[in-house]
Design a protein around this ligand. Structure first.
Ligand SMILES: *Cc1c(COP(=O)(O)O)cnc(C)c1O
Length: 434
């Protein structure tokens, strides 16, 4: 039978085909990556979920760990030769507990959603009732959207924000809890710009015999820096993402009381995941160390101050913000007065090099794919070194683009093209950390 040639780049038959670099192996993909790198240099990410991880954390995401296979936990691995991996994971767990004052931490979840799914599984049985913030009011898909697996496994019910203030009202949460008798109450959001009152959630949960889960996916860095109340003393389980304001690798973690530790561990593995990604666990350890330091706290203070400056500047340009402002790194612009959908605004701003995402506003008349709002966050632009004057510049450019978008497609294209040059100039003055 004829030999099938699977490797044509090298005539030597005994050379391992993984030996060549990306440009030689895959010029098609290498070119796309080069274009993305170029785009990131010229544009500004105001995507509230994005962050720039530190160089040390990226160095720890090393191939020497990435190629290992480690199922199970330190001391209970299903393979030999894991001593160093165990030490890496123990360091990460110890730092997670110390940073947030938690009794126990599992640092293996591959993402924020994975951490959340594990937490649900640790605390609930299929069919249990879970009360969470309405995804239309800033909650996350994984808080019970019918399209998510969680939405099919559990009976989700939702509380909203107040129509007049856009804020969560503990009395309303209490009333829904009394009516629905949830097994689990969830506090946490993707697009809620205000501080959360965790003691109020804890007392509501206690009053109906529910347990409390806090999803601080967005807030990890702010909590670490002491800029947002820490949920850990109040919640049975807390989940976090490590790649949002915590500025670490892609991933998640679960913090919990000692009493929940075993259930959490089993829910992560073998509940929803296989082997841990040890390169990511190592990078989490580094990011947790960095997040305990004074430079990180000072950076987070600039992030929050910049969000407030951006909010004030957008407001003075005539735009309305959900809740009228922000206490955190993110804000939501309500575009109903402009007659623009979030999708239109997101596209017009992207053409100008300003990246944000469409976002439902509370009680949105439009479906989620269109939405009546956009969400901004200041984590990335602050990491590039921008400060309050630049926030005013971004607000002015954004407002001009949105005004043009109101006037129609053609006006918008011209304004966006000239705005893109302004944005590229601004971005060029504040290079991305390499
Ligand atoms: C981002 C986010 C998640 C999910 O994190 P992924 O890493 O994208 O899976 C979960 N919950 C909330 C509130 C979030 O904002």
């Amino acid at each position: 039978m004829a030999q099938v040639a699977i490797w044509t780049g090298d005539p030597s038959p005994d050379r391992w085909p993984g030996d060549l670099g990306l440009p030689e192996t895959d010029p098609e993909l290498a070119a796309v990556l080069a274009q993305e790198r170029q785009r990131a240099r010229r544009q500004l990410s105001l995507l509230a979920s994005e962050s720039i991880s530190g160089r040390a954390a990226r160095e720890a995401e090393d191939v020497v760990l990435a190629r290992r296979y480690a199922e199970g936990l330190p001391g209970a691995r299903l393979a030999g030769g894991c001593d160093h991996l165990n030490t890496v994971e123990e360091i990460a767990r110890r730092r997670a507990c110390a940073l947030f004052g938690a009794e126990y931490a599992n640092v293996q979840p591959h993402s924020g959603t994975a951490a959340l799914m594990a937490a649900y599984q640790a605390l609930c049985r299929p069919g249990d009732t879970i009360l969470a913030l309405d995804p239309g009011c800033g909650g996350h898909f994984a808080h019970g959207s019918p399209a998510s697996l969680a939405g099919r496994l559990y009976r989700f019910v939702h509380y909203a924000v107040r129509r007049d203030t856009g804020r969560i009202d503990p009395d309303e949460v209490q009333a829904v809890a009394r009516r629905e008798r949830p097994n689990l109450l969830v506090a946490g959001a993707s697009a809620y710009p205000r501080a959360m009152d965790f003691p109020a959630f804890a007392s509501i949960a206690a009053s109906v015999g529910a347990r409390l889960l806090v999803d601080m996916a967005h807030l990890g860095g702010l909590v670490a820096a002491g800029l947002h109340p820490n949920p850990v003393p109040w919640a049975d389980v807390v989940v976090a993402a490590t790649h949002k304001t915590l500025c670490g690798p892609r991933g998640g973690m679960v913090l919990c009381r000692g009493a929940c530790a075993r259930a959490v561990d089993r829910a992560v593995f073998p509940g929803i995941q296989g082997a841990a990604q040890m390169q990511s666990v190592a990078a989490k350890a580094v990011c947790l160390l960095a997040a305990a330091g004074p430079e990180f706290a000072a950076y987070q203070r600039r992030v929050v101050r910049n969000a407030a400056a951006l909010a004030a500047a957008l407001t003075s340009c005539g735009l309305h913000l959900v809740t009228g402002g922000t206490d955190t790194h993110l804000l939501v612009v309500d575009l109903r007065a402009q007659g623009l959908s979030g999708r239109q605004a997101e596209r017009a701003l992207a053409a100008a090099g300003i990246l944000c995402n469409r976002q439902p506003v509370p009680f949105d008349p439009l479906p989620p794919v269109r939405s009546s709002g956009i969400r901004f966050g200041t984590t990335v632009v602050t990491a590039r070194g921008m400060d309050q004057p630049e926030m005013r510049e971004i607000a002015a450019i954004s407002a001009a683009v949105l005004t043009a978008a109101e006037a129609g497609r053609q006006a918008c294209d011209a304004v966006a093209a000239s705005a893109a040059l302004q944005v590229a100039e601004l971005a060029g003055r504040f290079p991305l950390p390499e």
